[in-house]
Design a protein around this ligand. Structure first.
Ligand code: ATP
Length: 748
């Protein structure tokens, strides 16, 4: 081992020893607290619980599993000319004198490790990447930023020794190109890994961007949007621990499979308190259980539906059609329909949610009925008084016999229990759950037409109507319905406000991944969960495959909090998709989303994608099986996916089974298997070492956004792509295949 490596190993060993010491200290403190038992005052017990919780969280943070503690070092020249050294790692470890042995990658002092370039060395003289296997260092890679003539004149640092010569290093100083390439070439295992050791400068700027406001990250496939957004969450939690830990951080992903794919990234960065959810998951326990045509989903996602829902709530606040007659004791109390109209009108003007204002309606109605009663009582007494002593009024006698009196509270209580009054209240201002409201609305063409008057066309109303389910539990909720339910809940509030059953939880920061696929109504769901308008919104307009595909980010940010103008930043380099594969995907993007810049690949594989055409449709499955087995063998121990248009999933699954090729369904078994079969519409955001894409023409035909769906599917592999088809390939794919043979695509 050379002397430099040995010296680094000695430093790293010291840091590990100190880490273990710290763990022991926390463990001992925890044991001591636990030994004190559960007794003591209330305050004592509460304090004890806090100590236990924080100790456990700290232990979790200090547990690195098999990940390396330290992955880099920077040497920085101070203004006095002295050079100081910092080791950079997953977490900060200081010795007993508080001298840092390793600084947390998120600390400000670590920033030049990710950002320094030849043009702007940020005071560095050296950046060193440390490669480790567990606790053992196996290599180091140096970039020197001495004031060489090139650096002075704006040149980049020289390529590290042993690094692959290639366009990557030539054009842009990727920090530690060897470390990056090693990370990119590593076989995928089905779970996303953190990129803390190799975050690139353009990514780091996003990770460390200030907390307030909406930050939109546009980037082509594989540019690291998901990775960057998750590292940003970890960075923000570190930098703004108070108040973010208390307020909470939420990460929204497109589907449960994707959430499983990314769920280890934040824990591996020491952050376990972040909530991961799909947008529909925010309404748990309500869950979508049905699909619907894209045009219906699109309409339900339209921001006009917010008006329709608000009106639907208003429509349930109705005066009585006929006068109210309440038989009460021996009298009948009457309230004119116009008086109920006045009550409804006055309560509508008050602030508050619908359900919370029901009490006000009740009070006004009961107040007026009680008033009527007292008037009747007074009138009777007057009349009986006139008749003299002998003429006791039989009606008044009846009232008194019935135990009725003019105690206001008592009268109101009796009236509130009265079935006729209850019925009237439920008609004027029913208590409603959001589910009931939306279910009633979609199941009643008349209600829908009234709520949509001037907003929805008659054809749109017809599109939305669906048969009523017999019971609430049987309603075939769809993804798009859930956004309507959430919107309704804003107006309605909890059905029983006094029970405090509010479902809306807010967060100090929200990360939205694959944001291009959210409808305006879903974006409104996200916005209302933001405490102060701080969001990181990542996605790719070119990959918009949902029924509501925005043409620009303005269409997305229009529905997000606007405390300050949103900032849109771009990632330009694809770390996943090699140049040969991007060459096939790029012509597809040019047609699917003209005007959008395709990403540039970070690397080549030297292997262009293949296309295999079968003469007969019935041979498709067999050919897919062959290609899948071949690719799986080529990329072992990595992962291979067979991506199939929805209509062909069953057929291809059968063919693979017949051919004895074992595949997993990632929705059931997770993504870790060597070979997975997946409908293309679940592939957003995922990646595999190799992909067999079945019948690209059908992918275009079946995706609501045509070629954009194909663009997503084509850009999933990190290494190999094979297309198997019977139908002719879409023209841009044919062009791309030819280009990939000739040029191998451009590489950064
Ligand atoms: N700086 C980096 N160092 C190492 N790996 C990286 C880096 N940036 C991105 N990657 C890797 O590139 C792959 C793609 O990243 P990611 O999934 O975040 O991209 P994306 O832009 O979200 O893609 P998509 O648009 O398809 O959702 C991942 O394997 C990620 O770990």
């Amino acid at each position: 081992m050379d002397a430099e490596l040995a010296a680094e190993q000695a430093h790293v060993d010291r840091a590990y020893r100190r880490l273990e010491e710290l763990r022991r200290e926390v463990e001992e403190a925890l044991r001591a607290v636990l030994a004190e038992g559960r007794g003591g005052t209330h305050q004592f017990r509460e304090e004890r619980d806090v100590i236990v919780r924080t100790s456990l969280a700290r232990l979790q943070q200090l547990d690195l599993g098999d990940q390396a503690l330290c992955f880099g070092r920077i040497d920085r020249r101070r203004p006095d000319g002295e050079v100081e050294t910092f080791h950079i790692g997953r977490l900060g470890v200081s010795d007993r004198d508080q001298e840092p042995l390793v600084v947390d990658w998120r600390a400000p002092v670590a920033e030049p490790f990710y950002r320094a370039t030849g043009r702007d060395p940020m005071g560095l003289v050296l950046r060193r990447h440390l490669a480790a296997e567990g606790r053992r260092l196996v290599g180091l890679e140096d970039e020197r930023f001495e004031q060489t003539p090139e650096a002075v004149h704006g040149g980049d640092p020289p390529a590290p020794e042993g690094a692959e010569p290639g366009p990557m290093v030539a054009e842009r100083p990727f920090g530690g190109p060897g470390a990056l390439l090693a990370a990119l070439d590593r076989p995928r295992a089905g779970a996303m890994r953190d990129i803390v050791a190799t975050i690139q400068a353009e990514q780091d700027e996003i990770v460390r961007a200030p907390l307030p406001g909406v930050l939109v990250v546009q980037g082509g496939p594989g540019t690291g949007k998901t990775a960057v957004a998750l590292h940003r969450a970890a960075y923000l939690l570190y930098t703004h621990r108070f108040p973010l830990e208390r307020q909470g951080v939420l990460v929204i992903g497109p589907n449960p499979l994707f959430l499983r794919y990314i769920d280890q990234v934040l824990p591996s960065l020491g952050e376990t308190g972040v909530t991961l959810s799909t947008v529909s998951g925010l309404l748990r326990p309500l869950a979508p259980r049905a699909e619907e045509p894209a045009e219906v989903a699109r309409l339900k996602g339209d921001p006009r539906m917010a008006t329709v829902i608000a009106r639907a709530v208003r429509q349930r606040q109705r005066p009585l059609r006929r006068d109210l007659e309440v038989p009460f004791g021996s009298v009948v109390l009457r309230l004119g329909a116009e008086e109920t109209a006045a009550i409804v009108a006055s309560v509508r003007r008050r602030p508050g949610t619908h359900n919370a204002r029901r009490r006000v309606v009740e009070q006004l109605l009961l107040g007026q009925l009680a008033e009527r009663y007292r008037e009747r009582l007074a009138a009777r007494r007057r009349v009986s008084g006139h008749r003299g002593q002998g003429g006791e009024d039989p009606e008044l006698a009846g009232l008194v016999e019935a135990g009725e009196e003019d105690d206001d509270a008592e009268i109101r209580r009796a009236l509130r229990r009265h079935p006729v009054v209850r019925e009237a209240l439920d008609r004027m201002w029913p208590r409603l759950s959001a589910e009931e409201l939306v279910h009633d609305l979609l199941g009643a063409p008349a209600l829908l037409a009234a709520a949509g008057r001037g907003v929805l066309s008659p054809a749109e109303v017809r599109l939305l109507v669906r048969p009523r389910a017999r019971r609430l539990e049987e309603i075939p909720w769809t993804e798009a319905d859930l956004a309507l339910v959430d919107e309704a809940e804003v107006w309605l509030g909890p059905r029983r406000p006094e029970a405090g059953e509010a479902r809306l939880v807010t967060y100090g920061h929200i990360v939205v991944d694959e944001a291009q696929d959210l409808s305006p109504m879903q974006l409104r769901m996200v916005a209302r969960r933001s405490l102060s308008g701080s969001l990181t919104v990542v996605g790719d307009i070119g990959q918009a495959t949902g029924p509501w595909a925005p043409a620009s980010w303005d269409e997305v940010t229009a529905h997000l909090p606007a405390h300050r103008p949103p900032r849109v930043v771009e990632l330009t380099v694809s770390y996943r998709t090699p140049a040969e594969v991007l060459a096939v995907a790029t012509p597809v993007l040019r047609v699917a989303a003209p005007g959008l810049e395709p990403p540039v690949a970070a690397r080549r594989t030297g292997v262009p994608p293949r296309a295999v055409q079968v003469a007969r449709p019935e041979d498709l499955g067999q050919e897919v099986a062959k290609a899948a087995a071949q690719l799986a063998a080529e990329v072992a121990p990595g992962t291979t996916a067979v991506l199939v248009p929805g209509s062909l999933v069953a057929e291809v699954a059968l063919a693979l089974d017949r051919a004895g090729v074992a595949v997993r369904d990632p929705r059931r078994d997770g993504l870790g298997g060597p070979l997975s079969l997946l409908p293309v519409d679940l592939a957003n955001g995922l990646e595999f070492d190799a992909v067999v894409l079945v019948e690209p023409g059908a992918v275009v035909g079946e995706s609501p956004q045509g070629l954009r769906g194909l663009y997503v599917a084509l850009t999933r592999p990190t290494r190999r792509l094979t297309l198997v088809h019977h139908q002719p390939l879409p023209e841009p794919v044919r062009q791309g295949l030819a280009a990939s043979w000739h040029a191998g695509g451009s590489v950064r």
